[in-house]
Write a protein that binds this ligand. Structure first.
Ligand code: ADP
Length: 496
C-alpha cells in the first residue's frame, strides 16, 4: 500500500489527530491510490492556529519578496508538470492533455500573482484640506479558508491560494475529497519553494472538514468552489457569523449556433466544450441552442464526432474522454437519462455506460434532441457528458433561452455576422461570453465567475481576484503641523 497522504500543518506533514483514514481511488480502474488522513475539528483548529501564528510575519514580509516565492512556485510547477498531471489523471480521470492544462493554469497564475508583488495597486486622490494626503491601500485580511472541488484539483486552488498569499494572508486549504493526493503534491510545491511554515496549511477530508472551517471564528474569509447546494449552505452559515464569502458554483452553459455560423468551427467547439473533462466543468456546454436552418447538418456532424470519441484511461494519449469521477456521479448522470426519457426527449447517441468496459465510471457521450425550454434536462446542471439540443427560430429567441436558467457562468455564440455578435455580447447575461469559441478556456488575467445562481457577485482571477482576499484601508495624513480649524468647514471634519 502506498504512503499515507497526510495533512500539512505548521510546516509538518502529519497524520490526523484521530488517526482515522479514508481512501482515494482511480475512477478509471476503481483501484485504491492511497490512504488519506481523515481530519476532524482538532486538525482544523491546529491548522488555524498555525496560520494565525504564521500570518504575523507573512503580512510583514514585503510583497515583492512574497512574489519571488510565487515565481519559484511557478518554476517548480513547470518542472513537475508531468508528474502532477499524471497523478491528477489517475485520481480524477480527466485525460492527460487536460490535466497538463490544469497545472499550466497554476503556473500562469503563479507568474501573474507573483508580478502583483510589485503592484497590488491602491490609489491616491486629491483631498479637501490643504497639507493633507489621502490614499487607499489593499490590506491583508488574516486567515483565509479555502474549500475546493475535485474537477480542477490544481487550477481552482491556484486561483485562490496565489492571490491570497501575495496579499499577505495565511491559509487553511480543504480540497475535494476525491483529489487529496494531487492537492498534497500541489502544497508540497509551496513548501519546496520556501514558503514559511504555517502560511499554507492543508486539511484533508470530506464536507464536515469544510464545515469546521466555515464555522471557525479564527477564519475571516471563506472562498468556495463547488455545487450550488453546498455553496448556499456555506454562504448562509458563514454570513451568520459575519464572514466574507466568495462563491463559485454551478452552470448550465449554452452554445448558440446561428444559421450563418462556420459549421466546422462550431462542431469542434461544441464537442470539446460538452465532452471535455467528461462534461464535469462548471463551464461545460450542456445546451446547444441552434437555429432551425443549420440544425440538420450540425446535429449530423455532432453525432458523427461523438461516435468517434475514444473512451478509456486518461493516461493513454490516444484517449479522448476519461471516466466520471465516482459512482455517485455515474448514478446522477444515469438518473438524468431516465428523466430525459420521461420528458419525451430523444436520445440521439449514448445514454449508457459503454458495454465493453466493466471497470471504471465511464459513460458514453450523449446527445439529447427535441429538448424544450423549461424541461429539467434544459434547466438543471447534469455534470456529465450530456448535451441537450434546443431548436430556435431566431437569435432573439436563442438569447432568451440562454438567459432563462438559474445560472449565469458562460455562454457562446457562433455567427459570422459582426452585428449579431455585438448584440449577443450586450444581451447575454452570463459572467463570461465567447464569440466563435466554446464555453470553456478562460484565461487567468480576466475575471472568472458568473451571474445569478452561479455565484454571489465575486470574481476570481484577474485584478479583481484580489478583492476576496484583501480589505481596503483608507489612509489620511495631515502634514500641516498646526491646527487648521479656522480655515476649514467643521461640518466636513465631523463627517464620517
Ligand atoms: P462536488 O463534490 O460536486 O464538487 P460539493 O459542493 O459537494 O461538490 O463539494 C465542494 C467542496 O465542498 C468539497 O471540498 C466538499 O468536501 C466541500 N463540502 C461539502 N459539504 C460541505 C459543507 N457542508 N460545508 C463545507 N464544505 C463542504
Amino acid at each position: 500500500m502506498p504512503d499515507l497522504v497526510r495533512n500539512f500543518i505548521g510546516g509538518e506533514w502529519v497524520e490526523s489527530r484521530s488517526g482515522a483514514t479514508f481512501n482515494t481511488y482511480n475512477p478509471a480502474t476503481e483501484e485504491v491510490i492511497a490512504p488519506v488522513a481523515q481530519s476532524g475539528s482538532a486538525d482544523v483548529n491546529a491548522a488555524v492556529d498555525a496560520a494565525k501564528e504564521a500570518y504575523k510575519n507573512w503580512r510583514l514580509t514585503p510583497a515583492p519578496r512574497r512574489g519571488e516565492i510565487l515565481f519559484r512556485v511557478a518554476q517548480l510547477l513547470a518542472e513537475r508538470k508531468e508528474q502532477l498531471a499524471s497523478l491528477m489523471t489517475q485520481e480524477m480521470g480527466k485525460i492527460i492533455s487536460e490535466t497538463r492544462g490544469d497545472v499550466q493554469e497554476a503556473i500562469d497564475m503563479a507568474y501573474y500573482m507573483g508580478g502583483e508583488g510589485r503592484r497590488l495597486m491602491g490609489y491616491t486622490a486629491p483631498v479637501e484640506m490643504p497639507n493633507k494626503f489621502g490614499m487607499a491601500l489593499r490590506d491583508s485580511v488574516g486567515v483565509i479558508g479555502l474549500i475546493t472541488p475535485w474537477n480542477f484539483p490544481i487550477a481552482v486552488p491556484s486561483w485562490k491560494i496565489l492571490p491570497a498569499l501575495i496579499a499577505g494572508n495565511a491559509i487553511v486549504f480543504k480540497p475535494g475529497e476525491d483529489t487529496p493526493a494531487t492537492a498534497a503534491e500541489f502544497v508540497r510545491v509551496f513548501q519546496d519553494a520556501g514558503l514559511p511554515p504555517g502560511v499554507l496549511n492543508l486539511v484533508l477530508g470530506a464536507g464536515e472538514v469544510g464545515d469546521f472551517l466555515v464555522t471557525h471564528q479564527g477564519v475571516r474569509v471563506i472562498s468556495f468552489t463547488g455545487s450550488t447546494q453546498t455553496g448556499l449552505k456555506v454562504y448562509a452559515k458563514a454570513a451568520s457569523i459575519g464572514k466574507k464569502v466568495s462563491l463559485e458554483m454551478g452552470g448550465k452553459n449554452a452554445i448558440i449556433v446561428l444559421d450563418d455560423a462556420n459549421l466546422d468551427l462550431a462542431v469542434d467547439a461544441i464537442t470539446w466544450s460538452a465532452f471535455g473533462t467528461t462534461g464535469q466543468r462548471c463551464t461545460a456546454t450542456s445546451r446547444l441552442i441552434v437555429q432551425s436552418g443549420i440544425k440538420p447538418q450540425l446535429v449530423e456532424a455532432l453525432v458523427e464526432k461523438a461516435r468517434g470519441l475514444k473512451l478509456g484511461n486518461g493516461l493513454d494519449e490516444s484517449v479522448n474522454m476519461g471516466p466520471l469521477v465516482n459512482q455517485k456521479a455515474l448514478e446522477k448522470v444515469s438518473g438524468y437519462i431516465k428523466i430525459a426519457k420521461h420528458e419525451g426527449v430523444k436520445v440521439l447517441i449514448g445514454g449508457e455506460r459503454p458495454s465493453d468496459m466493466d471497470k471504471g465510471f465511464f459513460f458514453q457521450p450523449t446527445l439529447f434532441d427535441g429538448v424544450e425550454r423549461g424541461m429539467r434536462v434544459e434547466q438543471e446542471e447534469i455534470f456529465g457528458p450530456v448535451l441537450s439540443i434546443v431548436e430556435v427560430g431566431s437569435m432573439e429567441e436563442a438569447i432568451e433561452v440562454n438567459n432563462g436558467v438559474a445560472y449565469g457562468l458562460s455562454s457562446s455564440i457562433f455567427t459570422e455576422n459582426v452585428n449579431a455578435a455585438f448584440r449577443a455580447i450586450r444581451d447575454l447575461t452570463t459572467g463570461i461570453v465567447y464569440i466563435n469559441h466554446g464555453t470553456t478556456g478562460a484565461e487567468i488575467q480576466f475575471p472568472f465567475g458568473g451571474t445569478r445562481g452561479t455565484g454571489n457577485g465575486m470574481r476570481e482571477a484577474g485584478q479583481v481576484g484580489l478583492d476576496s482576499f484583501t480589505e481596503w484601508k483608507s489612509v489620511y495624513v495631515d502634514y500641516s503641523g498646526r491646527l487648521q480649524r479656522a480655515q476649514i468647514d467643521t461640518e466636513r471634519i465631523l463627517n464620517g
